[in-house]
Write a protein that binds this ligand. Structure first.
Ligand code: ATP
Length: 352
């Protein structure tokens, strides 16, 4: 029997609702498969925990997480804590602490889901986001606070090692997909140092992947291409900030933020990788029982693939598609189903 240790960090807002739903579906899969079990430990790290204890992650917290095979993360963000504090002290503390440098964000219009785009059916993308440096490297500062000369700097950091490893990851991923296409997203017309290096290293790495077709697009132009010619894109590699924005656009074009999954990977497997829905805490709908759990289920698919359970991953993706295709949809997708109904429908489908 294969046994996986999963650290669940539900976090804030709808995080606990969707993670509970995700764990239910994973438990159904383990029963159906019979070949693996999941040992889940919950960590209460959240904004409420922060307000009580003065920190999101207690001393030695990362060391405890290190022993797990994967981290299943809900959301972080609260009205009572500034966003830059909650994000840096919980989510980024883990992604950076465990050098999860490859953030993978697939986007596709699932059966039964309506895209705002007429050409929505053509969306089949994976956005690869550099997840460890760039604009979110945490370099910058504030000086002369409160004075007219107050200054704030935010320095984007690009290193050869960091850029090369994400481009290699993106090429290897593109090579595994049928269309084998990789688009370099850049802004090297205006940002002439780090971004020019970003482009140069991409084309150096490209020599090792002659079977992958490449092109280069400015980040502003690629937004128009995503809307107007979605069929021309396959895998996109972009910096931390650019990919952050592009993947929300991709999620919206795929129907809703409530379906978009993501994996924060340490491809070298020195540390556990972290899997989470793209959406945040969505306080407007928290506690109402209507959060769309599909993003978390699709996230679980990515986690199962990473753990080396491709059959279970495929079964779960099939169950998700059967349920959306049958019109069991939450209100964000124009349906009337509640979180629990979608979860039950997916579990039933898994059992078939
Ligand atoms: P945060 O500050 O944590 O990022 P947020 O509320 O600003 O939270 P999101 O959580 O990403 O941002 O949500 C944006 C909007 O998308 C929400 O107001 C919500 O209505 C909708 N939304 C996000 N996720 C879901 C979901 N799983 N199901 C249904 N609607 C969702």
């Amino acid at each position: 029997m294969r046994e996986y240790k999963i650290a669940a960090i539900p976090g804030d807002g709808i995080g606990p609702e969707v993670i509970a739903a995700g764990l239910e579906v994973l438990a159904a899969l383990a029963v159906r498969d019979g070949g693996f079990t999941l040992q889940v430990e919950h960590f209460p790290w959240s904004s409420d925990y922060y307000l009580q204890h003065g920190r999101y992650i207690p001393d030695g917290g990362l060391d405890r997480l290190r022993a797990f095979d994967a981290i299943f993360f809900g959301a972080v963000g609260s009205r009572s804590v500034p966003d830059h504090v909650s994000l840096w002290e919980l989510r980024l503390a883990i992604t950076q602490g465990f050098d999860q440098y490859a953030n993978v964000r697939p986007a596709r219009v699932l059966p039964g889901v309506k895209s705002p785009l007429a050409k929505g059916a053509d969306i089949d993308w994976v956005i690869v986001r550099e997840n460890s440096e760039g604009e979110y490297a945490g370099h910058g500062g504030r000086a002369h606070r409160g004075l007219p000369i107050e200054t704030g700097t935010e320095t984007a950091v690009f290193t050869r090692a960091g850029v090369e490893r994400i481009h290699r990851f993106a090429f290897a991923l593109a090579r595994k997909r049928p269309r084998k296409r990789l688009t370099l997203v850049t802004k090297s017309n205006a940002l002439r140092f780090g971004m020019v290096m970003w482009d140069e290293i991409f084309f150096e790495v490209a020599r090792d992947y002659p079977d992958v077709g490449t092109d280069r697009e400015l980040v502003d132009a690629v937004t128009a291409r995503m809307v107007g010619q979605p069929q021309t894109l396959d895998v996109l590699v972009a910096t931390n900030l650019h990919a952050d924005i592009l993947s929300d656009l991709a999620a919206a074009l795929s129907g809703s933020l409530g379906i978009a999954p993501t994996a924060n990977l340490d491809p070298e497997r020195r540390f556990p990788s972290m899997f989470e829905p793209i959406h945040g805490s969505a306080f407007d709908i928290a506690g109402k029982g209507i959060a769309n759990p599909i993003a978390t289920f699709w996230t679980a698919v990515l986690m199962l693939e990473h753990l080396g359970e491709p059959a279970a991953a495929e079964r779960l993706m099939g169950a998700i598609e059967a349920v959306t295709g049958a019109g069991v949809l939450t209100p964000d997708l124009g349906g009337v189903a509640r979180t629990a109904q979608v979860t039950r429908a997916v579990c039933e489908q898994i059992g078939r």
